[in-house]
Each structure stands twice: as structure tokens, then as C-alpha cells.
Design a protein around this ligand. Structure first.
Ligand code: NAD
Ligand code: AHE
Ligand code: ZN
Length: 368
């Protein structure tokens, strides 16, 4: 069949809208009509050539929602007509990682996914006879995409696609980092670095679990209003302080119980660790750093009890947890609508990247 998609032909070049060929689902795969997709900073990072796994040409996008159109042989958990969210972190429930109950990082198909291929080692997309790579196992910047059965979460049918898509990455990543990774307790003092599409979801997660102090840190002063809208209690612009760590340690009465990096900047990651309370403070890295970057701190910071950890997809087990997060949204426990600042047709998808780089959007959603 044919599908309309925004293709990343080259790094650092705008996406091009073209009609591609898409092969139908093979065994264990499903064909999904994508109805809406968010544009995450990770898509921009890959398009900018900063991803060590970046492949071109490819179809980016990993924050979608849509409808199952057709299933391949052997598929039992979803059927045509089901509403689904594609999962860049699948959940096979059978691999060593899934069975460990210690991680959400299913390893069943990670190797081929990182190469831009379906689990059988081939691509379903082609353009003028040339294979086009999948991205993060999702490729939601295409109107139709093929996904492994283990990489789709079935969600309720009354959830609007143009909001539910955000659960496919940003909402789950932010709220999940609080609930699943850090397991923040009521009354905790917390600092969130970077108040974008992820950081604001960390803030609303912190509010939901009853954190006491929720400090937001951003170099963009317009983010103060956004942070307060979702529960931030204090705002700090690093540009107003010589020693940001000393300021945050003083503000939080000796250091934070939990800090979250939602910037992807390795200097900020160090600040986030060092702003933690001696003896127990935990810092969660969510931001994705560009290829070649490394983090550093004095080992003494860890010797004296601070903990560094990371969180991918908010520690969520996709098929199990994302339908529940959609329920939280539908039940009014978390907000999504105000964070979707821009809704655009596919033809204008490059504007979503411009808005993000200009700091003018929280989330842009492309609707098909
Ligand atoms: P975004 O562009 O919407 O927001 C980033 C925010 O960080 C902006 O408000 C920006 O002003 C702020 N910022 C930039 N430099 C800063 C600095 N030095 N100090 C303080 N604030 C600073 O991006 P996003 O979509 O929210 O994504 C944030 C990060 O999370 C990205 O690195 C993205 O790749 C990553 N991410 C990780 C996961 C995961 O599973 N771990 C999932 C989604 C996104
Ligand atoms: N490909 C990069 C790593 C990118 C990365 O860390 N991705 C996050 C999700 S970001 C979503 O917006 C993630 O879940 N990683 C786990 C995984 O298995 O990829 C690199 O450095 O090579
Ligand atoms: Zn993302």
C-alpha cells in the first residue's frame, strides 16, 4: 500500500513529505493508521545528527496514537479497529528483562529496532525502490506504519488521539520517572531541570504524589508560568545565580530529596546530582545527551550517599502501564490538553521543530 510520511532523508535537513510504499504486516506484526503524533525533543536530536543510532533516510516519530487496520498471522492481543499507542519500549513479557521485574527495558527486539529494522531484519517502508529505515520501532511521522504486536498498547476508544499520543512518550516519561523510577514519597523536596514537554510532566507527577517543594529550573524565563500552572512552587533561572548548586542546596534546606534532569545537557546533569541532599538525595537522568558526551562528578558525591540513576520511558511497562495513564488523563488525575500548544497538519511538521528550538512550544502535535 501507499502511505504519506515525513521522511528524514539527511541529518540537519527539513523533513520532506512524500508518498512511500509500505508492505503489510508479517507474522506477529500489526498495521496501524496513525491519527496523531507528538514531536519530542528526541526526534529533533536524531534529526540534528546527535544520535549515535541515527539512521538516514528514515521516518522519525515515536509519540503516536492510532487504529489497528490489519494484523499479521499469529497476532492475538489486538484486532482491527482497536485504538493503540505505539511503544518504543515494547513489552514482550517473556524476555529476561521483562521476567526480571527489575526493568521496563524489554530486550526482545532492541537489536533490530536500533538498526531501523523490524524484528525479522527487514524494513516495511520503501521509496522509489530504496528501503527507508524505521525509527525507535515506531515511525509515527507516517500516516500508516507497521509495528510488532509487542510494541502496541491497546487503549480505550473514547480517548482523543490528538491528546493520547502524548502518552506515547512525554507524559509517561515525566510522570513515570516520578512514580516508577524515583518512587517519590509525599512531602519530598524536589528539583526539576528543564521545563519542556518532559519536565512539566515530571512536575505534574510530583504534584500528584504530594511532593512538598517543587523547584523548577530553566534558562527560559517564560517557563516559570508554565511550571506554576502544573504545580511548581519555586522557579530558578540559572542565569540569575553564580553558583546554581549552592543556591538550590540552600533553597531546599540542605539539598533535594530528588532531582530530575530533563535537559539532556551533561553540565546540568552534574548540577542535578550535586543539588541532592547528602546521605540520600537521588538524581534521575531523563534527558538524552548528544553522541560523545559524558557525565562527571567527584566520586565523593556518591560516597556521601547521593544516587545517580536513569529513567527510560518513565520506567513504564508499555502494554500494561500506558492504558492506565490514558485512564488517569480521562479521569482528570493528570492534564494533557494545555501542554499541547500547537496542532499542525503533516505538511507543516517542520514548524514543530522550529517552535521547539525557539522555546515557543511545549508540545506540537501533528494530525493526519
Ligand atoms: P524540550 O525542548 O521541550 O524542553 C527542554 C527544556 O530544557 C527547555 O524548556 C529548555 O529551555 C530547557 N533547558 C535547556 N538547557 C537548559 C539548561 N542549561 N538549564 C536549564 N534548562 C535548560 O524537550 P523535551 O521534549 O522536554 O525533552 C527533554 C529531554 O528529555 C531531551 O533530552 C529528550 O531527548 C529527553 N527525553 C528522554 C526520554 C527518556 O525516556 N529518557 C523521553 C523523552 C525525552
Ligand atoms: N539512541 C540513543 C539513546 C536515545 C535514548 O536514550 N532514548 C530513550 C528514549 S528517548 C524518547 O524520547 C530510551 O528509552 N532509551 C532506551 C533504549 O533502549 O533506547 C543513543 O545514545 O544511542
Ligand atoms: Zn520522546
Amino acid at each position: 500500500m501507499k502511505t504519506r510520511a515525513a521522511v528524514a532523508f539527511e541529518a540537519k535537513k527539513p523533513l520532506e513529505i512524500v508518498e512511500l510504499d509500505l508492505e503489510g504486516p508479517r507474522a506477529g506484526e500489526v498495521l496501524v493508521e496513525i491519527k496523531a503524533t507528538g514531536v519530542c525533543h528526541t526526534d529533533a536530536y536524531t534529526l540534528d545528527g546527535l544520535d549515535s543510532e541515527g539512521i538516514f533516510p528514515s521516518i522519525l516519530g515515536h509519540e503516536g496514537a492510532g487504529v489497528v487496520v490489519e494484523v499479521g498471522p499469529g497476532v492475538t492481543s489486538v484486532a482491527a479497529g482497536d485504538h493503540v499507542i505505539p511503544l518504543y519500549t515494547p513489552e514482550c513479557r517473556q524476555c529476561k528483562s521483562c521476567l526480571s521485574r527489575k526493568t521496563n527495558l524489554c530486550t526482545a527486539i532492541r537489536a533490530t529496532q536500533g538498526k531501523g529494522l523490524m524484528p525479522d531484519g527487514t524494513s516495511r517502508f520503501s521509496y522509489k525502490g530504496q528501503a527507508i529505515a524505521h525509527y525507535m520501532g515506531c515511525s509515527t511521522f507516517s500516516n500508516y506504519t507497521v509495528l510488532p504486536e509487542i510494541a502496541v498498547a491497546k487503549i480505550r476508544k473514547d480517548a482523543p488521539f490528538d491528546k493520547a499520543c502524548y502518552v506515547g512518550c512525554g507524559v509517561t516519561t515525566g510522570v513515570g520517572a516520578v512514580v516508577n523510577t524515583a518512587k517519590v514519597e509525599p512531602g519530598a523536596n524536589c528539583v526539576v531541570f528543564g521545563l519542556g514537554g518532559i519536565g512539566l510532566n515530571v512536575i505534574q507527577g510530583l504534584k500528584m504524589v504530594g511532593a512538598d517543594m517543587i523547584v523548577g529550573v530553566d534558562i527560559n524565563p517564560s517557563k516559570e508560568e508554565w511550571g506554576r500552572r502544573f504545580g511548581m512552587t519555586h522557579f530558578v533561572n540559572p542565569k540569575d545565580h553564580g553558583d546554581i548548586v549552592a543556591h538550590l542546596v540552600e533553597l531546599t534546606g540542605g539539598g533535594a530529596d530528588y532531582t530530575f534532569d530533563c535537559t539532556g545537557n551533561t553540565t546540568v546533569m552534574r548540577q542535578a546530582l550535586e543539588a541532592c541532599h547528602r546521605g540520600w538525595g537521588e538524581s534521575v537522568i531523563i534527558g538524552v545527551a548528544e553522541a560523545g558526551k559524558e557525565i562527571a562528578t567527584r566520586p565523593f558525591q556518591l560516597v556521601t550517599g547521593r544516587v545517580w540513576r536513569g529513567s527510560a520511558f518513565g520506567g513504564a511497562r508499555g502494554r500494561t502501564d500506558t492504558p492506565r495513564i490514558v485512564d488517569w488523563y480521562m479521569d482528570g488525575k493528570i492534564e494533557i490538553d494545555p501542554m499541547i500548544t500547537h496542532t499542525l497538519p503533516l505538511e507543516r511538521i517542520n514548524e514543530a521543530f522550529d517552535l521547539m528550538h525557539a522555546g515557543e512550544s511545549i508540545r506540537s502535535v501533528v494530525v493526519f
